[in-house]
Design a protein around this ligand. Structure first.
Ligand SMILES: C[S@@+](CC[C@H](N)C(=O)[O-])C[C@H]1O[C@@H](n2cnc3c(N)ncnc32)[C@H](O)[C@@H]1O
Length: 344
């Protein structure tokens, strides 16, 4: 069986890297087939696994917009025939709507939606069209001459990433990253439900919110007590209960238990205070402090500016770089997202 993922195209690599990391850490048995940027198919999923995988992906992913189960791989020529042959009453309970999305295709989406909707109605019983709040969304994805006919069984809550933007939380302070990037970084750290995740520069708690929402236990620390308290306020607001917060300089951090993942956005740039730590030393100090607090197989996912060379520091501390992505912020700043682990 196959799942079709429609992904964000706001970054050329991160959506796929995030999906790959989730598949890896959740131990999913599937083959990833990238059709084009924004369209990925997960193949060879067994019927016993498909529901669990589907639910997990919709719960976890940040840079994926929709996940659908593929009913039929069709084509422009065969579409009418294929739609007529599908037993729609097996898929649709009460009401439905058809939506078409195109990748490298020039089909007329509106006319295909109308035509397919009419064919479904004609070939099934006791179902209606509902364009505003359908119980079943039939998603057709056209790529060149191929048309994937799919159904949405579990909805990925895209609205969450809008509703939880930093300025909409009860405690706000400038400098918190976007919730989608925070979720992606949590996923890149390969943590799973029940794992303990630490952000030692937690600020307003943006990363910890995303980790808490996928079921991690979270711990946050910050040198500024206002941030420590603000993180707790924001976590409570999001209904996250399994958390601990500390008011500490990263150099003093001694965790009560080794953590399964560290995800963080260390301070850099002139506007951010680093205590009394000078320049790039904050990164080195951070690596030394964090290493002893991490389980041997734990990953660290962090952001840094392009002008800081982490490599010599990683070598010195005994860390290795697993993967790295650049996000252009403006002309003179690229934010680097690094996934790091201890050398074995
Ligand atoms: C870029 S902000 C983190 C933003 C955070 N991801 C959020 O969602 O708000 C960096 C944070 O590191 C904290 N910080 C600076 N120096 C520190 C140190 N030596 N130890 C611990 N925290 C420190 C700052 O107070 C600031 O809140």
């Amino acid at each position: 069986m196959e799942l079709l993922c429609i992904q964000s195209q706001e970054h050329p690599e991160l959506p796929q890297a995030e999906l790959k990391a989730v598949i890896e850490c959740e131990g999913m048995n599937t083959k990833i087939n990238v059709i084009t940027e924004g369209l990925v198919i997960l193949k060879e999923i067994s019927s016993e696994n498909i529901d669990d995988y589907y639910k997990t992906l919709t719960k976890r992913l940040g840079y994926t917009h929709e996940v659908h189960e593929i009913i039929k791989k069709s084509s422009i020529e065969k579409l009418d025939n294929d739609i007529t042959e599908i037993k729609w009453n097996d898929f649709i309970c009460d009401n439905f709507s058809v939506r078409v999305k195109r990748f490298n295709s020039d089909i007329d989406t509106v006319s295909v939606e109308r035509k397919v909707g009419a064919l479904i109605l004609k070939n099934s019983e006791n179902i209606k069209v509902n364009l505003t709040k359908p119980e079943s969304l039939i998603r057709l994805v056209a790529f060149k001459d191929t048309i994937y006919v799919a159904i949405e069984k579990y909805h990925l809550n895209k609205k969450h990433f809008e509703e939880i933007k930093p300025h909409k939380r009860p405690f706000f302070y400038p400098g918190s990253m976007s919730p989608k990037l925070a979720r992606c970084m949590v996923n890149l750290s390969r943590v799973t439900e029940g794992d303990l995740l630490l952000d030692p520069f937690c600020g307003t708690g943006g990363i910890l919110i995303e980790a808490g929402l996928i079921g991690c236990k979270v711990a946050g620390s910050d040198i500024n007590w206002k941030m420590k308290n603000g993180t707790a306020i924001n976590l409570e607001y999001c209904g996250i209960e399994d958390y601990r917060t500390f008011n500490l300089d990263v150099r003093e951090l001694k965790m009560y238990e080794k953590v399964a993942g560290v995800v963080t956005d260390p301070p850099y740039g002139i506007s951010t205070s680093t205590g009394d730590i000078e320049g790039d030393d904050i990164f080195k100090e951070f690596f030394y402090a964090i290493s002893d607090n991490m389980k041997d197989d734990a990953y660290l996912c962090m952001a840094s500016p392009h002008y800081v060379d982490l490599n010599p520091m990683l070598n010195e501390v005994g860390f290795e770089l697993v993967e790295q992505y650049g996000i252009k912020m403006h002309r003179s700043l690229t934010r680097i997202i690094s996934v790091i682990r201890k050398k074995i």
